[in-house]
Design a protein around this ligand. Structure first.
Ligand code: BGC
Length: 917
């Protein structure tokens, strides 16, 4: 086999982009059906660089004659792509090699019948017709793709700094130890290699191919091979979907609102045990999209609008899930930031923004040893995310050093050659649901047999998948799948195993710790034994249909405790605020009068109910979800940012009748609350997010002061929707690919407000307490380093040189180990015990191109007694003080002074210092 030179390989890579660009130019169908025979021998071992580049232009000219994209624009895009996206081609050049021109005779537009007959075609392969395009969705030319496996990042464990770690023995939450999963991955890979060594090509392909939609008991299934039992893959990021006797945990967004790593971990661990208890091998979470737009339908599944907070939540959740025994799946990779046209939008993102904002949480997941990653529906820079060499091969597998496998989102797989771009597993396995065809399966086998895809790549796919299984020790007494996601009442396939244990406690604790107190005038809260309470609003009570009456929670009726779509579970029960308030009020003072009014539309009735009561508690909400369900005109994404079901008039009516009106909001994300937030009769507001099954109990804990609120907003609440820097893109018809240009770059959420001096209603990181805290005694130091293993790299970094591009370069220990330590004191200056969330924001040197403040550390200081002081320390790594240099393809320290602030939100800074870099 002849390995192509980097230059030739680069041109192969460029072909990928050319095709993708043409695809996005809106004539996708025409493109495929007109694939000309002249596109022959696109890559030949005998080609010289100049021959190949002329082939590129002839491909451009002839293939895309019907495309609106002009040849000139394609070729000019080649040069810019060459210097930007493909400046580090190491992975792709090892992935693209070959000795002969492609000898496939695949039809230009492969129909399902064609695909079924591919295996017979492959033996009769002929070069005469050349390598036509594969299908309507192709982004790589048919060619001959060799494969060399990715280098394993070189690192050795360092006890006390970088300890060798297995999923079963993670460092404690918030520990400054950096786990080294390298040795555990090495053992797992070696077992996997052994396992597949005698397998046939078909068997290895089978490991990479789901059995098809509803072809098994889980939402995704891999069939057994020999004595290996296959895999069950199941949603969701907040619990086990489509089964009973499981816990409905708080959503990701509520969990993030706690800003507590111990709770991130505890929730992950409890969920991991439940997935395992049900026999699920792969839990399809956590979800870590970035909340780039406030309206994003699935933002609530994730951890808010800051990469650092999201990264910490993802890291701890993965460690917890995998400690529980299940494989975690970091999703959706990448730039899947809105539901509208999610399968037909190209998120166009510059390399620096991609690294600093969107890639970061995935990198943190890899540092937590995540077993799998799910690529997303959308296109990234004009290439589908599930066949994107740049994001899958170059960023994830090479630069970050991910050693697990990439699965497609359900139906996000568009070509067999996605294998070459880095996709390891096709989910659910069929081309369209229940079509009984597959881009992998017989099609992949045929591509290997006809020389298009190297068998070593299929070995790599199977090895990665089976290694993840061994990484989690799923060969040791793993429970059988005991439920049927597609028929929850079938007696033959549902054992109704109860896996809930005492996880309701974690749910309740996160529900109260994630509640954010936004307003509290004259000590309105906590409640002080009120004699009469009015509970108002549809959101305070039950749905007429029960907690699971709407399929995948696709209805807003009764108290809102999760959004809708695949990111849901069945509720085992749902404690409503109304029932919890009644119980707590009687416990507080028997005979307390509790009245209620659940209709949001009859505001006169609500006002009358609230009249002359000691306190009126109004519950309102805002919902959203996944695009396959539309609720009240909201197609997944929210069509506006107002609260739902007449909430604003309801609150105003109640406030006009009762001068002590307390508003509780259950929301998927930010909402505009301008109509009533300054109303003096609205004395308190709690942003209670999506608390899961213990909703009522959790809010009662905060209302009565059994828990002193410490939640903080994981996003900004604006005064107007227009204040947010990025907006939902609507429109699009037919096959059109919607362009979504991330022109705001690094400025999402608070970064945009800060950069543009826009005053928010409540800033990112904001939240009140029933007590107050003071900050003092700031001290900053350099952390002495005993080992000198990477002294040269550290010195180069300190002098402002970009870190060298290397396999695993972005996750290298020297970049991430604690390098600076910030300490300070937090003192409780109020009258009740409370928890403070101390936040550290770095202000990069002017000229670094960063927003004014970026979150780089936080620490929960739990249960501080009145008058008590605690010393808090937060460490910073070199990575925390770096920016991505897109030209050099490395992390680097910008020149200048590094200042930082410590405080209680992204705008309330109490201490300021300088980092001695
Ligand atoms: C969602 C994924 C989910 C999958 C399986 C897709 O539509 O985007 O998040 O895991 O379905 O249900």
């Amino acid at each position: 086999m002849v390995v192509l030179s980097p230059r030739l390989s680069a041109l192969c890579a460029l072909l990928l982009t050319v095709c993708a660009n043409a695809q996005s130019a809106s004539t996708v169908t025409a493109l495929s059906s007109s694939a000309p025979a002249s596109v022959s021998s696109a890559v030949s071992a005998s080609s010289t660089a100049s021959e190949l580049s002329s082939t590129v232009s002839s491909v451009s000219a002839s293939s895309f004659a019907t495309s609106e994209t002009s040849v000139a624009s394609i070729t000019s895009s080649l040069s810019s792509v060459a210097s930007e996206s493909f400046s580090t081609l190491s992975s792709f050049s090892s992935a693209v090699s070959g000795s002969t021109a492609a000898s496939s005779s695949l039809p230009a537009s492969a129909s399902s019948t064609d695909i079924a007959s591919l295996s017979t075609l492959s033996s009769a392969a002929s070069a005469s017709t050349g390598p036509p395009l594969e299908s309507t969705q192709i982004t790589l030319p048919i060619s001959s793709y060799g494969f060399t496996s990715f280098p394993v990042p070189s690192a050795s464990p360092i006890p006390g700094v970088f300890p060798s770690t297995a999923p079963k023995s993670p460092p404690p939450p918030g520990s400054s130890l950096i786990p080294d999963f390298g040795p555990a991955w090495a053992r797992a890979h070696s077992r996997a290699r052994q396992q597949i060594s005698g397998w046939s090509l078909e068997q290895k392909v089978s490991v990479a191919t789901g059995v098809g939609w509803m072809g098994g008991r889980c939402v995704g299934n891999i069939a057994p091979v020999a004595d290996w039992p296959g895999l069950c893959l199941e949603d969701s990021p907040l619990g086990v979907r489509f089964t009973d006797f499981v816990t409905a945990f708080p959503a990701g967004i509520t969990t993030a609102s706690t800003w507590r790593r111990d709770l991130f971990r505890a929730r992950g661990l409890a969920m991991g045990r439940e997935f395992k208890g049900k026999g699920v091998h792969v839990a399809l979470g956590p979800m870590m999209n970035m909340g780039r737009i406030a309206q994003g339908g699935r933002n609530w599944e994730g951890f808010g609008a800051d990469p650092f907070l999201t990264g910490e939540a993802a890291y701890e959740t993965v460690l917890g899930l995998q400690n529980g025994g299940v494989q975690a799946c970091a999703k959706h990779y990448i730039n899947n930031e809105q539901e509208h046209f999610r399968t037909q939008e190209s998120s166009n993102v510059d390399d620096r923004t991609e690294h600093e904002i969107y890639l970061h949480p995935f990198m943190r997941s890899v540092q937590a040893g995540v077993a799998s990653v799910m690529c997303s529906y959308n296109l990234v820079n004009d290439t589908y995310a599930c066949q994107n060499d740049r994001t899958l091969n170059q960023l994830l597998k090479d630069e970050i050093g991910f050693q697990g496998y990439v699965m497609s989102d359900w139906g996000a797989h568009h070509s067999t050659l996605a294998a070459v771009a880095g996709l390891d597993m096709s989910m659910p396995g069929d081309i369209t649901f229940s079509s009984h065809t597959s881009w992998y399966g017989a099609n992949l086998t045929a591509y290997v047999e006809n020389g298009t895809i190297a068998e070593s790549r299929v070995d790599d796919m199977a090895e990665r998948i089976i290694a993840a299984y061994y990484l989690l020790e799923q060969d040791q007494n793993y429970p059988e799948v005991s439920f049927n996601a597609f028929d929850m009442t079938d007696p033959a396939t549902n054992a109704h195993v109860d896996v809930q244990a005492d996880h309701y406690k974690v749910v309740r604790e996160i529900g109260s710790a994630g509640a954010v107190l936004l307003k509290n005038v004259a000590g309105a809260l906590p409640l002080k034994t009120p004699r009469s309470i009015a509970v108002i609003g549809n959101d305070s009570g039950p749905s007429t249909r029960g907690p699971n009456g709407y399929s995948d929670r696709g209805g807003d009726d009764g108290t809102l405790a999760m959004g809708w779509g695949s990111g849901t579970t069945q509720f085992p029960y749902l404690v409503t605020p109304l029932e919890a308030i009644q119980a707590r009020a009687q416990q507080d003072a028997p005979g307390t009068q509790v009245s209620w009014w659940l209709s949001n539309w009859d505001t006169a009735g609500a006002a009358a109910t609230a009249f002359q009561q000691d306190v009126a508690l109004v519950f309102v909400n805002a919902d959203s979800g996944e695009d396959y369900i539309t609720v009240d005109g909201n197609e997944g994404d929210r069509k506006n940012l107002t609260l739902w079901i007449n909430a604003d008039p309801l609150i105003e009516a109640v406030a006009s009748a009762n001068p002590n009106t307390v508003v509780v909001v259950h929301s998927v994300g930010p909402a505009i609350i301008e109509p009533w937030i300054e109303n003096p009769n609205v004395t308190a507001v709690i942003w209670a997010s999506l608390p899961g099954q213990e909703s009522g109990n959790a809010i009662v804990d905060v209302l009565w002061g059994d828990v002193n609120p410490s939640g903080r907003l994981p996003y900004t609440i604006a005064k107007s929707p227009a204040d947010y820097g990025a907006q939902l893109i609507t429109g699009g018809t037919g096959d059109e690919i919607l362009r979504i240009d991330y022109t705001e770059g690094l400025n999402i959420d608070y970064r945009h407000f800060d950069s543009n001096n826009i005053e928010p209603r409540f800033e990112f990181g904001f939240g009140l307490s029933y007590t107050t805290f003071s900050y003092s005694g700031l001290h900053v130091s350099t952390i002495p380093q005993a080992d000198r293993t990477s002294a040269a790299l550290e010195a180069a970094w300190a002098s402002g040189k970009a870190a060298p591009a290397a396999a695993g370069g972005s996750t290298a220990l020297w970049l991430h180990r604690p390098a600076f330590k910030v300490t300070f004191q937090v003192r409780n200056t109020g009258h009740v015990a409370g928890t403070e969330i101390a936040q550290l924001y770095v202000h990069f040197p002017a000229g670094a191109g960063e927003p004014p403040s970026v979150l780089r550390g936080f620490e929960d200081v739990q249960d501080v007694r009145p008058g008590e002081s605690r010393t808090v320390s937060i460490t910073l790594s070199r990575y925390d003080l770096s920016v991505w240099d897109a030209e050099a393809q490395g992390w680097k320290k910008p020149a200048g002074k590094f200042e930082f602030s410590v405080g209680t939100s992204s705008r309330d800074f109490r201490l300021k210092g300088t980092i001695p870099v």
